[in-house]
Design a protein around this ligand. Structure first.
Ligand code: ITT
Length: 198
């Protein structure tokens, strides 16, 4: 079976992709399994540019078809921040929990009606010849006043999903994949991969 590199160092993403790409005719391999430890510098100004950079770099390094995503949280009250800087928000070397506290503090004076936010995910699939294919997904919601839940990763504990009272970290992995930005982007990615399978 053809191999597909899940080109991320984020363990939360790896486990989500293991489920949302299940059943495709590809054997999924991770960067860890290939011993690739380099982190690609995310120098792009957009999620699309960074996802493309990661997919092309890791595909060239491994010689495999590679799937990368760049994703982030856009908060309307902050003009769309942290967006492409979601991983680096609050400074280098901070944990997910630190970033959540930092964001909650920034929004402490913002009323519920003005806390709209969304997760966005851009998936790029690249082959070793430099061809690329793209798929995107979003998940609408709002920023909570406190953190809740232990599932998922990143900003999930402080994100309330539109149309649901729960925080995203209170969703089971299957429930999250069904409505998340990554799960939605993966619908398109699955179609692309089905065509690329040989
Ligand atoms: P790779 O680049 O190795 O894939 P990363 O964690 O650096 O891993 P990104 O550059 O795409 O990934 O950063 C996205 C950040 O946005 C991530 O670290 C989280 O803080 C946040 N994020 C993305 N998807 C998320 C999700 O499903 N739930 C919660 N937070 C998420």
């Amino acid at each position: 079976m053809q191999r597909l590199l899940i080109a991320t160092h984020n363990r939360g993403k790896v486990s989500e992709y293991a489920e949302i790409l299940d059943g495709l005719p590809f054997e999924l391999v991770t960067l860890d399994e290939l011993g690739i430890r380099d982190d690609v510098q995310e120098t792009g100004a957009t999620l699309q540019e960074n996802a493309r950079l990661k997919a092309l770099t890791y595909s060239a390094q491994s010689g495999l078809l590679a799937l990368a995503d760049d994703s982030g949280l856009e908060v309307d009250a902050l003009g769309g921040a942290p967006g492409v800087y979601s991983k680096r928000y609050a400074g280098k070397g901070k944990s997910d929990a630190d970033r959540n506290v930092y964001l909650l503090e920034k929004l402490s004076a913002v009323p519920r009606a003005e806390r709209a936010a969304r997760f966005r995910c851009v998936i790029v699939i690249a082959d070793a010849q430099g061809h690329t294919w793209t798929s995107e997904g979003t998940c609408e919601g709002e920023i909570a006043f406190t953190a809740r839940g232990t599932n998922g990763f990143g900003y999930d504990p402080i994100f309330i999903v539109r149309g649901d009272d729960r925080h995203l970290a209170e969703f089971s992995p299957q429930e999250k994949n069904a409505i998340s930005h990554r799960g939605r982007a993966a619908v398109g990615a699955r179609k692309i991969l089905a065509q690329l399978a040989n």
